[in-house]
Design a protein around this ligand. Structure first.
Ligand SMILES: Nc1ncnc2c1ncn2[C@@H]1O[C@H](COP(=O)(O)OP(=O)(O)OP(=O)(O)O)[C@@H](O)[C@H]1O
Length: 258
């Protein structure tokens, strides 16, 4: 079966520096794929290529079998690809519900926008329920905690009904409880969406990841289940070079970030 997302031979060159160097990546429908790799490995650049923020110097991006390489960002959102950034971009002066409502309207035509009812629509309420923010619907987004902002941003993405969600370090800066809730949320979302998560947090990865792609110096170093990737000496090596402690290999076969 054709994967939902297929990157082939993606290359990104900034001046004389090659940030992404011939990456092939296939993500099937309803997959929860983690993308990891040391700083500067090219993870964000790859996400930028998929979302049209960066035009690749070479290679193709196929989404649902359609070539979307080089399309503009808004066209890619409309095609069904949504992303979050490392820092949540919510409108602080608007209520939590209005943030979701506004995001939902992004894909609506002008007639539907005009016909929109006042108050919280069922669709907005359903999204808020899913991300655990329904009881805060009327509060200003500016009062949310860091974790709640991230969930709101995920909710704003869901409101746009994307087929593919790209999340850039969703648990960075979160408390342990917030991480756990986020892990559960990602697992729930991936039941009916395809999700690609860029994440540094190895503990989080061990708990919630299924399949992992490891990037290093702009190339795919290895790919597979969490257990396989963690046991790979090449992965341990690239992380070791960057101050990452290797845990008891027999117990967990795991790599831990300090
Ligand atoms: N616009 C740009 N111009 C020049 N170099 C860039 C540009 N964007 C990224 N780079 C370089 O490309 C490389 C890959 O960067 P990228 O942000 O994709 O890595 P990353 O894996 O997401 O790293 P991190 O985990 O630190 O976010 C880095 O060396 C970075 O300095």
């Amino acid at each position: 079966m054709e994967p939902l997302l297929r990157l082939s031979e993606i290359k990104v060159v900034f001046g004389s520096f090659t940030a992404v160097d011939g990456v092939d990546l296939s993500v099937a429908e309803r997959e929860l794929r983690f993308l990891i790799g040391p700083n500067g490995a090219g993870k964000t650049t790859l996400i930028d290529v998929i979302t049209g923020r960066t035009r690749p110097s070479g290679g193709r991006v196929l989404f649902g079998g359609v070539d979307i390489t080089g399309r503009r960002e808004h066209a890619i959102v409309r095609a069904g690809i949504g992303r979050t950034f490392q820092t949540a971009t919510v409108f602080e002066r608007l209520s939590v519900a209005d943030n979701v409502d506004l995001a939902a309207s992004y894909r609506m035509g002008p007639l539907r926008l005009l016909r929109r009812r006042r108050g919280i629509s069922d669709a907005v309420a359903a999204v808020l329920e899913r991300v655990g923010l329904l009881r805060l619907a009327d509060r200003g987004a500016g009062v949310l905690s860091h974790g709640q902002r991230q969930w709101l941003e995920i909710g704003m993405l869901l409101a746009q009904q994307p087929r593919l969600l790209l999340l850039d370090e969703p648990v960075a800066g979160m408390s342990a409880a917030e991480r756990e809730r986020t892990g559960e949320l990602l697992t729930e979302i991936s039941a009916d969406h395809t999700v690609v998560v860029v994440e540094h947090d190895m503990e989080f990865l061990r708990r919630y990841a299924r399949d992992v792609t490891v990037l290093h110096e702009g190339r795919v170093l290895t790919e597979g289940t969490v257990a396989r990737v963690q046991a790979d000496p090449r992965v341990q090596e690239v992380y070791l070079g960057r101050d990452v402690r290797v845990a008891e290999p027999v117990a967990a076969g795991a790599v831990e970030v300090e």
